[in-house]
Design a protein around this ligand. Structure first.
Ligand SMILES: [Ca+2]
Length: 565
């Protein structure tokens, strides 16, 4: 790939402009005209459209001299504007969205780790753009629901994993809102819209927003889908798929991704590759574990098996990049890498977990409490980790490489969030909008110009439930938040207490500024209240002692806390 060329300010959604094909080239016909139509800027030589994408039918017609003359006559008679290249649809880029599972903000080298090794992801960042303040939900299912639907969980009802009774909230002041565990079928997912725009669509990996019937990815807009999660070795797939005994899941999914890219190299495709790595159970390939064993850890990054899991995800990214290079597709492919929620860790630092009232003053742990929350990594300098609405739980690495559009090595710290992905991909593909309201804004303009401003100024989260971490300890209690620029306000719904942080000065959320800055507190709280009203965010209600009678829409699985979200 050539990354030295200057950045252009337009992408396929705003077709590249070029001069009209010369009459001479039309008379010469054949390759000259095809070249002028297919490669208006002359720098995407591999971007050879398949016949169905050309839209004008010139190339087929040019096989006949008679037709060449007919075209010439037609062109001479037609208004000149009819042949202006601005009307020629640019070749739509392929889109690949790779997502790791539970990979923390600093779990890749280009976002800060000094222990884990991610040479391919780092190279992708060098060739593309990093979003430094990108957010997803605090755990798996709601992030995927928001990515696929373009809607906040407050609208879809999907705000966490599993049912309301997954954690024992019977001693807490509030009764959580029932969680929806399958993305409602009256939402069009992004794959359906891209398919409608002519994209081949495939997904391989963890779906997690409905495993049965019409909720499966193959029924919602993916031409092909293989779902797997739960184990990294000896894993099951849906549909059942043969694979070499002992194969590692990340490698299997990458095989499928490479095969999909290869089979669809001649038409636009959308590949969604949501890895199960680096989610627990923490299993990795022996050779990679051995590689990291002797390496000294740095800070909270010190587990060789976890490092090996990250290395496998990185290898996957590398194989996808190599496939694009080999097939000469890289320059016409938007490649995104991210994770679904924060890393599991950071709970043993101050503010990492919330305690039941009273347990802290007694100075003793409840039986079975795990002060480390099962941590295996650390999101430092961010506060807390997966399951929390502090930054450690929701801020993710996000890298996009869009050759010719993103400036190599660039970054943006504008707050962005999961619901922005849907409109972004719609714009990139010039695909039709879905039936539902979209909550986010396309980030394409940010990709073109990191100094660009988005129209909206605020992002939101709403979590009307509980996420436990053992008796007396909570990764989060019910909370809503708004972030505008560097300012983040959290409202804890049990008692209405507010926390205000300036993330530019205090990325670790250590200093609550509500007393220092009551005006900013009031301003952001008003915005949060207004947004909740706008999206009809369901609020938890007073706990009337009816925990045993609660009607969870999904199955409560207390034991699944550490392994299934
Ligand atoms: Ca996850």
């Amino acid at each position: 790939m050539n990354h030295s060329r200057s950045r252009r300010s337009v992408g396929p959604a705003a077709p590249r402009r070029a001069g009209p094909p010369s009459i001479a080239s039309i008379i010469v016909g054949g390759p000259a005209l095809e070249a002028s139509l297919s490669h208006p800027t002359g720098d995407f030589p591999q971007a050879r459209p398949s016949p169905g994408e050309r839209g004008y039918g010139f190339e087929i017609a040019l096989e006949s001299t008679f037709v060449k003359l007919s075209i010439l006559i037609a062109l001479l008679l037609a208004p000149l504007t009819a042949i202006h290249a601005a009307d020629v649809p640019a070749k739509r880029p392929n889109i690949i969205f790779i997502m790791a599972d539970d990979l923390g903000y600093t779990d890749v080298a280009c976002f800060g780790s000094k222990y884990y090794e991610t040479p391919n992801i780092d190279r992708l960042a060098m060739q593309g753009m990093k979003l430094l303040s990108h957010h997803h939900c605090q755990n798996c299912t709601p992030t995927r629901a928001a990515l696929m639907s373009g809607q906040y969980g407050a609208r879809t009802g999907v705000y966490t994993v599993g049912g309301t009774d997954r954690f024992d909230w019977s001693k807490r002041p509030l009764r959580p809102v029932d969680n929806v565990t399958e993305l409602p079928l009256n939402r069009d997912i992004i794959a359906k819209q891209l398919k409608a725009a002519g994209y081949a669509t495939g997904m391989f990996g963890k779906w997690h927003i409905g495993q049965q019937g019409d909720y499966q990815p193959g029924k919602r807009g993916f031409d092909e889908a293989i779902v797997s999660m739960g184990q990294h070795i000896d894993f099951a797939t849906n549909p059942k798929t043969d694979y070499p005994k002992g194969q590692y899941l990340a490698d299997f999914l990458t095989d499928k991704a490479v095969d999909f890219i290869t089979r669809h190299k001649d038409k636009p495709f959308f590949l969604y590759l949501p890895h199960f790595g680096v989610h627990s159970p923490h299993d990795a390939k022996a050779d990679l574990i051995a590689k990291f064993k002797p390496k000294p850890g740095v800070g909270g990054h010190n587990n060789a098996t976890y490092a090996a899991m990250i290395a496998s995800v990185d290898e996957s990214v590398g194989r996808v990049m190599k496939t694009l290079d080999d097939l000469k597709l890289a320059d016409n492919t938007v490649l995104i890498f991210t994770s679904d929620n924060g890393g599991v860790g950071g709970y043993n630092r101050p503010g990492g977990l919330q305690r039941d009232p009273g347990t802290e003053s007694k100075g003793k742990k409840a039986k079975g409490a795990d002060e480390d929350g099962g941590g295996i990594t650390d999101n430092a300098p961010l506060r807390s980790g997966k399951g929390s609405l502090y930054e450690g739980g929701t801020r993710e690495p996000f890298i996009v490489r869009w050759p010719g559009v993103t400036t190599p090595g660039s970054s943006s710290d504008i707050p962005t969030i999961h619901v922005d992905v849907f409109p972004t991909l719609l714009e990139i593909a010039a695909a039709p909008p879905p039936r539902q309201t979209l909550d986010g804004e396309s980030l394409a303009k940010l990709f073109r110009d990191p100094a660009a401003k988005l129209q909206r100024d605020a992002i939101y989260q709403h979590f009307p439930g509980y996420l436990g971490s053992g008796p007396g300890l909570w990764r989060t209690t019910p909370v809503s938040l708004v972030q505008i620029g560097d300012w983040k306000l959290m409202e804890f719904l049990e008692d209405g207490r507010l926390e205000l942080y300036n993330l530019a000065d205090d990325i670790g959320e250590t200093k609550n500024l509500t007393k220092e800055n009551p005006a900013k507190t009031k301003e952001l709280h008003a915005r949060l209240v207004a947004w909740r009203a706008e999206v009809h965010a369901p609020m938890p209600t007073k706990n009337e002692g009816d925990a045993a009678k609660s009607k969870a829409k999904g199955k409560g699985k207390k034991k699944a806390e550490r392994t299934a979200n």
